[in-house]
Design a protein around this ligand. Structure first.
Ligand SMILES: C[S@@+](CC[C@H](N)C(=O)[O-])C[C@H]1O[C@@H](n2cnc3c(N)ncnc32)[C@H](O)[C@@H]1O
Length: 248
């Protein structure tokens, strides 16, 4: 267990053992991110940083794409990085907060998938990360935006219950930064709504939106028991590509 006071990080840390088993969408998003990064970068990257690397979905695809690159995987959750090292022992890991990269060097490629939305100021994070790009480097980020998980919100709201779904950034949150932006929709199917909720918890994505009012456990249990049948959930993913700030 981590002693990290950030409850978001603590929840992911506690889910490290189950994360890979319940994150098919995150895995597909990671694959798509590395595919886009390979198309965006003009030269073979020698130094790569994976921010919010978790158990290594992105790191794994990056290693396959650029086997000779030096990859550093950064995450604040130590148990996540232990899982990553078990799969990819040659990858250097950095256990620290992704919002402060001050003493880190420049990288040819910085990747980050499904993490930016957990930060208090996603736009500021993009600007800070961009400072760590080497000349001609690329920052490639995948993040869910508004509209993600809306099926769960509708499911609860239709029964008069509140949802605690995280506030995803609006689609235009990076306007003005000069990012190349593409959107893509991903979905996952569950046997029922309860299975989705269990999966979310086993992935560590259990921190409620600040200010959200918790539902009574009994009421939620009754709603789930009365709602058998398939449940589909969607993620709207923004893929952003930013270049290093070029000197005037
Ligand atoms: C949904 S997981 C994504 C992991 C991986 N990138 C993937 O695609 O599977 C989010 C990760 O971001 C990490 N994280 C959240 N906030 C962080 C922060 N402020 N600094 C560093 N890591 C953070 C969590 O510990 C978790 O491993």
């Amino acid at each position: 267990m981590t002693s990290d006071p950030n409850p978001i990080v603590a929840a992911f840390d506690a889910a490290a053992e189950t994360y890979d088993l319940v994150t098919p969408v995150q895995r597909e998003v990671a694959r798509a991110l590395v595919f886009r990064a390979a198309a965006a970068i003009e030269t073979t990257p020698l130094n790569i940083l994976d921010l919010g690397a978790g158990a290594g979905h992105v790191t794994g695809f990056a290693l396959a794409q650029w086997p000779d690159a030096k990859i550093a995987a950064l995450d604040a959750a130590p148990a996540m990085l232990r899982k990553l090292r078990a799969k990819y022992p040659n990858v250097a890991t950095l256990t620290r907060d992704a919002r402060d990269l001050r003493d880190l060097p420049s990288y040819d490629l910085i990747l980050s998938s499904m993490m930016l939305h957990w930060l208090d100021d996603p736009r500021a994070a993009l600007m800070a990360w961009r400072q760590h790009l080497a000349r001609n480097g690329k920052l490639c980020v995948a993040t869910p935006v508004a509209g993600s998980l809306s099926a769960w919100r509708q499911f609860l709201n239709a029964s008069g219950m509140d949802d605690a779904i995280w506030d995803f950034p609006p689609e235009n949150f990076a306007a003005g930064l000069g990012a190349r932006l593409e959107f893509s929709d991903f979905s996952a199917d569950y046997p029922d709504a309860g299975a989705f909720l269990r999966g979310l918890k086993q992935a560590g994505a259990r921190t409620p939106r600040p200010g959200a009012r918790p539902n009574r456990a009994g009421a939620l249990r009754r709603l789930l028991a009365a709602s058998p049948g398939p449940f589909r959930i969607g993620f709207r993913i923004a893929f952003l590509t930013l270049s290093a700030d070029q000197p005037e």
